[in-house]
Design a protein. Structure first.
Length: 304
């Protein structure tokens, strides 16, 4: 099953290091870190004018830090806001903080969505920034306010346990990090990620009033809640595909990936396996699927 049920938009001509005013009071700068996981690279945002916030300073990348600082030359960076602690989003925080003295806001340090099972090895693909510590830990509904802008913290766990979106509700804008992206679905890889949390976070976003979403990668999404409903239906369809495959007999995760992800980029096979695991973990918890021992990447699964 392909992802063609979702109205993706991969038209994003922004070049690395170029400062673009996407909307009044919202500038964006692309980092030069393209990959199958990051699309054209990480997008950092500058919110406000004069006294500004920088959202997601990006990976450990000196050129990108310089581009951001150049973009705000003559202005004051009062806040650094981080959506989540993946290595393509948070490590450059240290550089921007050192240069500006801004206060760093985020949900908290990196953590997994659940404890690691004994049989589980460390997932090297997780790409977590375990060094990151915010100055201020934000929780649901907290307001981060600056000169002419105001962001509300909206918990959106699932892609990571500490993922936060930041809603500028007067402008009907939300900065949604990697929780919702216009170019692709998000990776939900246990134990860092959780499918149950991810689906609940999609529901939470779709129920809010913000319409225009700015993501950590790729173009903005003009009708965010409608797009989120496509994502929800897509995951429900994927779950149905897994159950359909298991109806033919017990299977391991590579077998399910080959049956479900036709024509997938081979570099994304591992990530696809973890997405299937995320669904299986949820199905096991709901008593619909069984496995021997804990639901892990190497397990064999069958219908109950
Ligand atoms: Zn991420």
């Amino acid at each position: 099953m392909a992802d063609d049920d979702i109205p993706f938009n991969r038209n994003f001509p922004l070049k690395p290091g170029v400062v673009e005013e996407a909307r009044p009071g919202v500038r964006r700068v692309l980092c030069d870190n393209p990959s199958p996981f990051t699309f054209s690279g990480t997008v950092s945002y500058i919110v406000g004018k004069g006294k500004v916030a920088i959202i997601d300073p990006g990976p450990d990348n000196e050129a990108h830090a310089s581009a951001l600082l150049e973009a705000v030359r003559g202005e004051t960076v009062t806040h650094i806001v981080v959506t989540h602690t993946h290595r393509d989003h948070s490590p450059n925080t240290a550089r921007i903080k050192a240069a500006t003295g801004a206060t760093v806001y985020a949900e908290g340090p990196h953590r997994a969505s659940r404890p690691r099972y004994e049989s589980e090895k460390h997932n090297p693909e997780s790409g977590a920034d375990r060094e990151f510590r915010p100055d201020v830990q934000v929780k649901s509904g907290d307001i981060i306010e600056g000169a002419g802008w105001k962001l509300e913290a909206v918990p959106t766990p699932g892609h990571t346990a500490n993922h936060m979106a930041f809603a500028w509700d007067a402008r009907k804008i939300s900065f949604v990090g990697d929780h919702v992206m216009g170019w692709s679905t998000s990776i939900v890889a246990p134990p860092d990620g959780s499918m149950v949390d991810y689906m609940a976070s999609l529901d939470r976003l779709a129920g809010r009033g913000e319409e225009l979403y700015f993501s950590g990668h790729g173009p903005e999404i003009p009708d965010g809640p409608r797009y989120v409903r496509f994502l929800i239906r897509h995951r429900q369809a994927r779950e149905a595909s897994i159950l359909h495959r298991l109806a033919k007999g017990a299977a391991d995760i590579p077998t399910m990936v080959r049956a479900i992800y036709i024509g997938i980029d081979p570099r994304l096979m591992t990530a696809a396996g973890y997405s299937v695991l995320a669904h299986l973990e949820d199905l096991v918890a709901r008593g619909m699927v069984a496995t021997d021992g804990d639901p892990v990447i190497g397990g064999t699964y069958r219908l109950v």
